[in-house]
Design a protein around this ligand. Sequence first.
Ligand code: 1HN
Length: 324
Amino acid sequence: MKTASPAPDDLARSGSLEELYRLLTPMHVGAGWNKPTPSLWDEPRKTFVPAHWRYDQAHAALDAAGRLINTELAERRNLILYNPVPGNDYATTRTLLAAYQMILPGEQARSHRHTPNALRLIVDAEPGAYTIVDGEKIPMDPGDVLLTPNWSWHGHGNEGKAPAFWIDFLDTPLIHALEPMFFEPHPAGYEPVARTADISPMRFAWKDTLRRLDESAPDTAGPYGTQIELGEPAMRTIALHMMRLAPGVPTALHRTTANNIYAVARGSGTSTIDGESFAWSRGDVVAVPAWRPHGHRADDDAVLLRVSDEALLGPLALLRQERF
Ligand code: 1HN
């Protein structure tokens, strides 16, 4: 039964707080001083949890999916890495999603565009694997990072001899929260290739990353080892960094209000996140939700891609970082 909305006079004559609360309920009004849960708290809560996904398992699952579903049916053959907290089946951290994807030789994945920003780190691919961004056909080689910013057309294909595997990162959870979601399939299905380019603002080639890391000085006391930013163009919501870790040298333990997802471009090692250890190797993904103290230690000359929402939080004066 629907309770009638109270008359102003009845509200004004409330004889007790309980009566006032009862009258407020049908108005969908709550008393700010009587909330069961606070709306402010003293520091970020541990809503999402540290988590690790292994490439060997994802690879095997995608091999099976390659037998069981094609790109006609599944526009993208991908595996969503959802943070294992109750009620969540999608987000990897509060604002970011990571997913493994595979495309078989001879396959094409139709083009589409959407308002979420996206990028991918190529893990395994033979020559012939490519992506098309706004008509430009760009090679996908292992270690490459390829951007498909907000509203750019993108599709994928594989003219190589082996399946191609990569890790996608999107800000879809952020767009879900803010609501400005738009999505459109390409009118042609497969976007025609306007030009082919090895060098593109949408591609951070692995060999350029390695050269830039070689030219950069390590920050031995810092949390990032040797770090470079993949920017120009930078995306507005997702910051991208490549970190090179010296074997056996732990990075400084730190926490940040940014949500970080680390993907292993090369090597192996261990991350300690809020007291928990995660041993990773090439192709693995590690989620570090906001404000979790964490650090890394590589076994060999490792390179991590760090995907974060720093780009979003920084300009909003919401980025805070602490070292221990
Ligand atoms: C998407 O559009 C791609 O275009 C990959 O390759 C993964 C995960 C969630 C939503 C959209 C792609 C995605 C995605």
